[in-house]
Design a protein around this ligand. Structure first.
Ligand SMILES: C[S@@+](CC[C@H](N)C(=O)[O-])C[C@H]1O[C@@H](n2cnc3c(N)ncnc32)[C@H](O)[C@@H]1O
Length: 455
């Protein structure tokens, strides 16, 4: 059996982050009720507006043609076409169609046709960025934090006052959040009162241990700006820091860390995901045979933390560039200090720490093949026989035709880095020439998966 035969079967990726990203990037259901939350009987104004804007081939979306069609709606309601049938028991010939009825019926048929579905999909895709912005703005304004701290649900005027925002804007934003199931609303007397849903309490409020707040801020401020130049990125085949921020990117991480504040935001953003997926990625393979682990490009040490909590006997050295290590020491204190160390250096130039296992989590996807090969060759040189390398990345399927989230991440690598996401076979093609063998891949079912190879 080939080594590829051992790979576990992909399971559907269905974490909330995937859904949010997928949705925010036009992948699915941005403006209609998201499929991943239970239906809410209350419908906000924005949701109703969406129904009017989005022809779906159901009568409720076409009140205007119905009202002007001249057709009478019988007691039995609509026929299979969605149009009213003639009154119950009356042959249609007894109720001649009034002027305009045929045209209206034709119009209805057209609205219900595959073209209508295509338009609905187009609307959803093109409006996807608005959904992203609702999420980003609500995070940035602190809506979820305020509601998490409030002892009881708040009205929009109270939210506006406490956030220092306009009443009109706050009202509209809160209602959009309700339709997206990021908030829930309850009416008491005349007043609508808002509170967090389980999703926002768990993943959006900053105080939650699994909060993705910083990642969403980073996406709203930095990633979004780069995506505004996607067409140029595709034309030029390069990242867009110069156009988006006026900084050259010949040295990629000089552009990414263009200010101290930006460096801190990047580190806070990147660590968020490991509070949700770190454990499954670290548990994909039994890493207990590797007591000395080096996390190359380990950033704030978030994955190292998951690693030591899962493997009590191991010690992890986080290796990263000096600025990142300094920021980690200052802003990301650890309880597990004696089991996690930091070392400054450039993994393309400086000697690598001695280790039994080298982790490369979301590192190879930053770089083009030649730089990946260079880095892997250096790791192979430092690695003892029997030692290993663990690659943690979002994997494309074998044909590179999906999943959509990973394809979108790959475009994100285009607008923000020098790299791309890859298929397992593409990683194997990088690992084997560097001297790694016995390459195994485990898909976790989440966004990130793991590949382990031995020297
Ligand atoms: C995309 S981040 C991934 C961070 C972390 N592994 C994670 O998954 O959250 C890439 C990391 O590689 C680090 N890095 C980039 N170039 C480097 C270099 N030449 N030497 C050492 N680290 C580097 C960055 O500072 C950053 O922490």
């Amino acid at each position: 059996m080939s080594q590829w035969g051992r790979w576990s079967l992909p399971r559907p990726c269905c974490t909330w982050v995937l859904k949010l990203l997928h949705m925010s990037r036009g992948g699915c259901a941005p403006l209609s009720t998201p499929a991943w939350v239970s239906p809410n009987p209350r419908r906000s104004l924005s949701h109703q507006a969406h129904l009017l804007l989005t022809p779906r081939g159901t009568r409720s979306h076409l009140s205007v043609p119905l009202a002007h069609s001249g057709l009478q709606q019988g007691a039995s309601g609509s026929g299979a076409s969605g149009w009213p049938s003639p009154a119950c028991g009356q042959p249609s010939s007894l109720k001649p169609a009034q002027p305009g009825a045929l045209q209206a019926r034709q119009a209805w048929k057209e609205m219900s046709s595959p073209d209508t579905e295509a338009m609905r999909v187009l609307h959803e895709f093109s409006n996807g960025f608005m959904v992203s912005q609702v999420l980003f703005a609500a995070c940035e304004l602190g809506v979820f934090d305020l509601l998490a701290k409030a002892p009881e649900p708040l009205g929009s005027a109270a939210v506006a006052a406490r956030l220092g925002a306009s009443c009109r804007g706050t009202q509209l934003l809160l209602d959009a959040c309700v339709s997206l199931k990021l908030l829930q609303v309850e009416t008491r007397g005349e007043e609508a009162l808002y509170e967090n849903t389980e999703l926002s309490s768990t993943y959006l409020a900053r105080a939650s241990p699994t909060s993705q707040h910083h990642m969403l801020l980073y996406m709203g401020r930095t990633t979004y700006q780069c995506w505004g130049h996607l067409a140029e990125a595709v034309r030029e085949g390069r990242n867009q820091y110069l156009k988006a921020f006026g900084v050259p990117s010949e040295e990629l991480f000089t552009a990414i860390y263009r200010s101290e504040d930006e460096c801190l935001q990047f580190m806070q953003a990147l660590q968020a995901i490991w509070s949700v997926h770190g454990r499954s990625v670290m548990a994909a393979f039994d890493l207990s045979p590797f007591p000395r682990i080096c996390d190359l490009g380990g950033c704030s040490g978030a994955l190292a933390k998951e690693c030591v909590s899962l493997y009590p006997a191991c010690h992890v050295t986080v290796f990263d560039i000096p600025e990142v290590v300094r920021t980690a020491r200052k802003h990301f204190p650890f309880q597990e200090e004696e089991r996690i160390g930091f070392r400054e250096g450039d993994f393309f130039k400086d000697p690598l720490p001695d280790a039994d296992l080298y982790i490369l989590a979301r590192v190879l996807h930053d770089w083009a093949d030649d730089k990946c090969s260079q880095l892997l060759a250096r790791i192979a040189q430092a690695c003892k026989p029997g030692g290993g390398v663990l690659v943690v990345e979002s994997l494309l399927d074998a044909e590179g035709r999906g999943p959509l989230t990973t394809q979108l991440y790959s475009l994100n690598m285009l607008v923000q880095t020098e790299g791309q996401e890859r298929t397992p076979a593409q990683y194997q093609a990088l690992l084997a020439p560097a001297g790694f063998r016995d390459v195994q891949c485990k898909r976790t079912g989440g966004i990130y998966s793991a590949i382990l190879a031995r020297k």
